[in-house]
Write a protein that binds this ligand. Sequence first.
Ligand code: ZN
Length: 276
Amino acid sequence: MPWNIKNWRRRHILKSEPIPDDSWGRVVARLGFLRGLSPDELQRLRECVALFLHSKQISGAHGLVVTHDMRLLIAAQACILILDLDLDYYAGWVEVIVYPGEFLRHYEYVDDDGVVHDLAEPASGESWLGGPVILSWEDTAAAEAGTGYNVVIHEFAHKLDMLNGEANGFPPLHAGMSQRAWSDAFSAAYAEFQLEVLDAEADKAVAPDFFLPYDAEPCLDRCLDPYAAEDPAEFFAVVSEAFFEMPLMVKGRFPAVYEQLALFYRQDPAQRWEES
Ligand SMILES: [Zn+2]
């Protein structure tokens, strides 16, 4: 870290609020997608977690008591996305709210007659523009099952997407990245995936196979969550989950998208998996 006021404060936090060895060891053991991280990367992740916990308030809702290990598990998953970016990518909001399980997400729906309806649907996670991240603990804890499903990575990918306004699958790209290359890669993959979902829905008999349509190895229990076909913002969030949880599948199935994500996150998890 070069010397400046921000880094001086960060060093002070790391010194005064370190992550204990035993609880850090438990978190690393629980999260399979951390495989292949070098000792240096794990150390930087641990520091990111300490700084994240200092700057964010993680609180339980509906009676859920959030323990130290739970906070670490959430922070470690949030920090994998910004391991080679900066904690400032999560600046401008402080709250993470954790429900015991799925919660009701309220939204407005305007029908054809212009009547506004207040609707609610069960959700496992939600990210507000400039506001909190909301998580279901049941779904957060499921990350250790290694199914490729990861609600924390999903919601924090939305947060990165929202750095330049409403989530739309187009986060602010780094200098040197091409908007055109991002757009071409994601548009083509999204259109292709939408067709696959429509095909699978049209023929429910083959739907079980829909989760294993790819030859790329290894595809874990399932491949890309069909929820990715919902809209471009969800596609970016779901494919970001898979980028960290099933990088070889993403690289094999959507190579151009993988390349853009590797540039954006400045990480190459497929290489880590191949070498580990
Ligand atoms: Zn989402």
